[in-house]
Design a binder for this molecule. Structure first.
Ligand code: IPE
Ligand code: IPE
Ligand code: MG
Length: 242
């Protein structure tokens, strides 16, 4: 906590942090374990870091758990991930309740089993009136899908005569994204060392600061989060100005 106060003095902590939770497979491989063991370890990190983020005063946390492209993986890995999501959701309901976290899911929920969809709906419902950090879990999420969906929704509004195409603004567009009414991410963290965005928050990331670390997601610690925030607090954000 003391270290966090330091980072506050040097520029404040980000309002919205987004994390690409990458490196589970490599973490497992290094230990001679199956990739799924890496996902289990990554899930524990997710719960721990989420609670920590809420306790240090982050207002919005968005985590990338499963992309629209991750269905390409072998069926046994995808099945194991779906099982893990189910288990984690059930178990983390208590953690998140204790920390007053509002849980939301961003992505195309219709891609999941009925069971998982029900659990997702329940999780959102029981947490919606809480007052703590907003946690967006990006599952079956793709930035391009999200943008396309927004375009289709606006198109419907045009066709029905609610709006005209000329009147569409950036704000109206943002209102059709999964993250409507939320601030853009200030800081995007990518563990696992890859310096790419992998279809995450393409619209919202226009001016996000990027922090990439070689630490693999299952090893990502409270100190790693503090390091990322320290890095963020020293950035000079110009948003195209000088
Ligand atoms: C991220 O870890 C988890 C998901 C994409 C579901 P990976 O499984 O991509 O781990 P690496 O990148 O292969 O190490
Ligand atoms: C991004 O990781 C998606 C998630 C962490 C959920 P990937 O492992 O799927 O990304 P690439 O394939 O390295 O770009
Ligand atoms: Mg990966």
């Amino acid at each position: 906590m003391a270290r966090l106060n330091n980072s506050k003095q040097s520029g404040g902590i980000p309002t919205h942090v987004a994390i690409i939770m990458d490196g589970n497979g490599r973490w497992a491989k290094k230990r001679g374990l199956p990739r799924t063991a890496g996902h289990t370890a990554g899930a524990a990190t997710f719960r721990h870091i989420t609670r920590y983020a809420s306790r240090i005063g982050i207002k919005y946390l968005t985590v990338y758990a499963f992309s629209t492209e991750n269905w390409k993986r072998p069926a046994d890995e995808v099945n194991a991930l779906m099982k893990l999501f189910h288990k984690q959701l059930v178990e983390s309901l208590t953690d998140f309740r204790d920390d007053d976290v509002v849980v939301r899911f961003i992505g195309d929920k219709s891609g999941f089993s009925d069971n998982l969809q029900k659990l997702i709906a329940e999780t959102e419902e029981v947490s919606k009136d809480r007052n703590g950090m907003v946690l967006n879990i990006a599952m079956n999420y793709g930035g391009r899908d999200e943008i396309l969906r927004a375009a289709k929704l606006l198109c419907e509004d045009c066709m029905s005569g609610k709006i005209s195409a000329d009147d569409i603004t950036k704000e109206m567009f943002a209102q059709k994204l999964y993250t409507a009414n939320q601030p853009d991410p200030d800081l995007i963290i990518r563990p696992g060392g890859e310096a790419r965005i992998s279809n995450f928050l393409l619209y919202q990331a226009a001016y996000s600061e990027l922090y990439i670390t070689d630490t693999l997601w299952p090893d990502f610690s409270e100190d790693d989060l503090i390091r990322a925030i320290d890095y963020y607090s020293k950035r000079n954000r110009r948003f195209g100005g000088i």
